[in-house]
Design a protein around this ligand. Structure first.
Ligand code: AMP
Length: 433
């Protein structure tokens, strides 16, 4: 299956090819024909599957095929749970739509509303928004939703987790009845099903990853470790194995800040991203991390939602999430778009219940990393925390260990979804650069 075969117009094919995509991902192959035909869609797709292009490409095509009834009116609305995801989705619309005369903008909180008002006033076709700020605009009458033809709820499960259900219902009530609807969700709770039943009309249902399964491209392991030794183990793994780009999850904002400054003290450049940081600080933290100016990004679950970092090789669950689905979301930050990744969990005795819930959800055990040798090193690292552990020293306790150097373990981004022998060879080739 190629993008041409999906019937996309040349402007979109050109943009997709320039983005380096050689073929549609499974979600794209399934979703694009449905959306092009104007049907409603209920899609079960994890982040990292290429779902954004799955809705953005056919939406751009449909929008460009029809002249709007009112020029400058908003014709497509995409709701996302977080600011980062809104910015990312809007960037995707820009990327894929760069050869089409359609305008898009992102509308989210945490930043001055005035520049958003002036962009909206000039007229845009596509708005990607978080629910709260969108309703602020509605309240100030700076946005007109009466001409919306297409609606997407992206990462709907997370929007419900974050308590946006009332906002979503309010927004649904402001839209014209006759419109095309799409709902994307990684998981399907009863609440999601109820929401979907309430606004989707005879939706086509598609699902690409098994429900609630962790990304298959991710090698998962866990360490059983005392709470007080976690930080030393993390420093040890990062320095000792020379990990270059590591996304670390903590449960709380305070914990994220504390860990970031401790790692910095250990000589590992680190920044934190969480909801108490201004939008400017969050954007800067993400940019620093993506561009390699810092090695570690410590994040809370909500802030990390929607982060798309190409070739992210390592995710560390420094603290296990209370909600098992969050584990799936967290590790889905790596192993994206056909790459592989490593997810390493630190589980202390108080986190047994979380681990049990996660393993029940996954319907599999997370392999345990043997750690005697590693622990000895950790204990000595605790004795003198400022000392940098020797490279390659002893933290390779078993042959199942994920803590190889990123050069060997993180397969680089081939932008193909085909897990073929050829692709594997290509990976080896690039990995040994
Ligand atoms: P998403 O699940 O939409 O967040 O997409 C995850 C990543 O996959 C993004 O970095 C996209 O640029 C990338 N991507 C999307 N579609 C394709 C494709 N057909 N081939 C390769 N990479 C893709």
């Amino acid at each position: 299956m190629s993008f041409e075969q999906l019937g996309l117009r040349t402007e979109l094919l050109r943009a997709v090819s320039e983005a380096g995509y050689s073929q549609p991902s499974p979600i794209q192959a399934k979703a694009i024909p449905v959306v092009l035909q104007g049907g409603d869609l209920l899609a079960g797709a994890q982040t990292g599957t290429g779902k954004t292009a799955g809705f953005a490409l056919p939406m751009l095509q449909r929008l460009s095929e029809k002249t709007p009834q009112h020029s400058g009116a908003i014709r497509a609305l995409i709701l996302t749970p977080t600011r980062e995801l809104a910015a990312q989705v809007e960037a995707s619309f820009r990327l894929y739509g760069k050869y089409l005369p359609l305008r898009s903008t992102a509308v989210f909180g945490g930043v001055n509303i005035r520049p958003q008002i002036s962009v909206l006033r000039k007229g845009v076709d596509i708005v990607v928004a978080t629910p709260g700020r969108l309703l602020d605009h509605v309240g100030q009458k700076t946005i007109d939703l009466s001409q919306v033809e297409m609606l997407v709820l992206d990462e709907a499960d997370r929007m419900l987790d974050m308590g946006f259900i009332h906002d979503i219902r309010k927004i649904l009530g402001l839209l014209p009845r006759n419109r095309q609807n799409m709902l994307f969700s990684a998981t399907f709770s009863n609440d999601i099903k109820r929401l979907a039943d309430g606004f989707l009309k005879a939706p086509v249902m598609i699902e690409v990853a098994r429900r609630n399964t962790a990304a298959e491209q991710v090698d998962q392991v866990m360490y059983r470790i005392d709470k007080g030794l976690k930080r030393a183990l993390l420093s040890h793994l990062i320095s000792g194995s020379n990990w270059r780009q590591v996304l670390v999850f903590t449960r709380t904002k305070h914990g994220a800040n504390r860990l970031a400054s401790q790692l910095d003290k250990d000589g590992i450049t680190t920044t934190a991203i969480h909801g108490n940081k201004s939008q400017g600080a969050r954007t800067k933290a993400l940019a620093d991390f993506k561009q390699g100016r810092v090695r570690v990004l410590v994040a809370t679950d909500i802030a990390a939602r929607g982060l798309d970092i190409e070739q992210l090789p390592f995710v560390v669950n420094y603290e296990m999430p209370n909600v098992p689905e969050d584990y799936v979301h967290r590790i889905g930050r790596t192993g994206r778009a056909g790459n592989t990744g490593n997810a390493i969990s630190f589980v202390c005795s108080e986190e047994r219940k979380q681990l049990h819930d996660i393993e029940t959800l996954l319907q599999r055990r997370i392999p345990l990393q043997e750690q005697e040798a590693g622990l000895k090193l950790i204990s000595s690292a605790v004795d003198s925390p400022a000392r940098r552990p020797q490279r390659g020293g002893g933290a390779a306790p078993s042959n199942r260990q994920p803590a190889k150097s990123p050069r060997r373990s993180a397969r680089p981004a081939g932008k193909s979804y085909r897990p073929q022998a050829g692709a594997a060879n290509a990976r080896v080739g690039r990995a040994s650069r």
